[in-house]
Design a protein around this ligand. Structure first.
Ligand SMILES: [Mg+2]
Length: 298
C-alpha cells in the first residue's frame, strides 16, 4: 500500500514537471531570450503580483476608459477657452505631454512581466521599448485631444523618459497609432544617454521655444520636481514613510490651482513615483480602521 502511494506521488511529480516544462517553453521567446534575466526579488514590497489588480483595471475596466476620456475632453474644452480668452493672440501655443501611460499604453509589457513571473528591470524595459513598438497602443482620449489641439494650431510637444537611443522605435509606436511622428523634430524630447529622469531642463527648453499652455502626465514629476518622493534610508520607520506620503499629498493639494486647469493627470495604478513611498511593509501605511467586526478564524 505504501509503495502504491509513493508510486502515485512520483507519477504526480513527473506530470507536474512535464506540465511546467511545457508551459515554460510556451512562453514568448524573444523577450525571454534576453541574456540579462530579470532579477526576481522575493522581498519586494510591491512585486509584480501585487500590480495585477492595477493592470486589470487599465486593461479591462470601462471605468478607466471613461476616466481618461473625461480628462482629455475637459482639457480640450479648457484649451479652446484659453485660446478664445487670450488677451492677445498667443504666438506658438503648445501643450506638453508625457508619453508612457499618458499618450501611449504599455500595459502589455506589464502583462509580459506578470505572466512570466518576472520583476521589472531596465534591461527588459529597454528590450520592449526598442523591439516591440507594435505592442504599444493608445490611452483612451489621447488621440482625439492631440488632433483637436493641432487643428487649433497648437503644437503638441512630447517630453518622455524613453531613450533617445530608441527614438526610431518610439516614433514608430506613435506613427502606428496615427500620431504624426514624421514631423517630430523639435517636438520629441527624449532622455539622452546618461541623462536624468528629471524633466525640468527639457520643460524649460520647450518653454523657451513655445508658449506652453498645458501639461499632461501620469506621474506628478511630469509637472514639477517638487513632487519627487522623499528618499528614505533603509532604517526608515513606517512613521517616516507616512510623513513623506503626507508631505507629497500636501504638495499636490497646494498645487490645486493647476489640476484640471493647465495640469492634467492620467491615472496609473500600476507604477509611478507614488510607489517609492510604500516602504517595506505596505500594510503599515494603510489607513487604520475603527471597525471591530468578527474576523473569521483561519
Ligand atoms: Mg508616464
Amino acid at each position: 500500500m505504501r509503495n502504491v502511494t509513493q508510486g502515485k506521488f512520483l507519477l504526480a511529480c513527473s506530470v507536474c514537471f512535464l506540465i511546467g516544462w511545457l508551459l515554460g517553453n510556451g512562453r514568448p521567446t524573444s523577450l525571454l531570450a534576453d541574456p540579462t534575466p530579470s532579477k526576481k526579488v522575493a522581498s519586494l514590497p510591491f512585486p509584480m503580483s501585487a500590480r495585477l489588480g492595477g493592470n486589470l483595471y487599465l486593461q479591462t475596466s470601462a471605468e478607466y476608459r471613461a476616466c481618461c476620456r473625461g480628462i482629455y475632453k475637459c482639457a480640450e474644452l479648457r484649451l479652446e477657452t484659453a485660446l478664445e480668452r487670450a488677451v492677445a493672440k498667443l504666438t506658438k501655443p503648445a501643450v506638453v505631454m508625457d508619453l508612457d501611460e499618458t499618450v501611449l499604453d504599455n500595459s502589455a509589457f506589464q502583462t509580459f512581466l506578470y505572466k512570466n513571473d518576472l520583476e521589472y528591470t531596465d534591461d527588459l524595459w529597454a528590450d520592449y521599448e526598442e523591439n516591440y513598438p507594435q505592442d504599444v497602443t493608445l490611452i483612451p482620449g489621447a488621440k482625439p485631444f492631440i488632433d483637436r489641439a493641432e487643428a487649433l494650431g497648437v503644437a503638441v510637444i512630447f517630453i518622455s523618459n524613453r531613450s533617445e537611443h530608441y527614438k526610431k522605435s518610439t516614433e514608430s509606436a506613435l506613427k502606428r497609432n496615427g500620431i504624426d511622428a514624421g514631423n517630430s523634430a523639435g517636438r520629441l524630447y527624449l532622455k539622452p544617454k546618461g541623462g536624468t529622469s528629471d524633466k525640468s531642463a527639457r520643460r524649460e527648453a520647450a518653454a523657451a521655444k513655445y508658449n506652453v499652455v498645458m501639461y499632461f502626465g501620469d506621474n506628478l514629476r511630469d509637472f514639477s520636481e517638487s513632487f519627487q518622493a522623499a528618499k528614505l534610508t533603509k532604517d526608515a520607520t513606517p512613521e517616516d514613510y507616512l510623513k513623506a506620503i503626507k508631505q507629497r499629498a500636501s504638495s499636490a493639494d497646494e498645487a490645486a490651482c493647476h489640476w484640471g486647469i493647465d495640469w492634467f493627470v492620467l491615472p496609473n495604478p500600476v507604477y509611478g513615483e507614488w510607489e517609492k513611498l510604500i516602504g517595506p511593509d505596505p500594510t503599515a501605511v494603510l489607513h487604520p480602521t475603527s471597525m471591530k467586526g468578527k474576523v473569521p478564524a483561519p
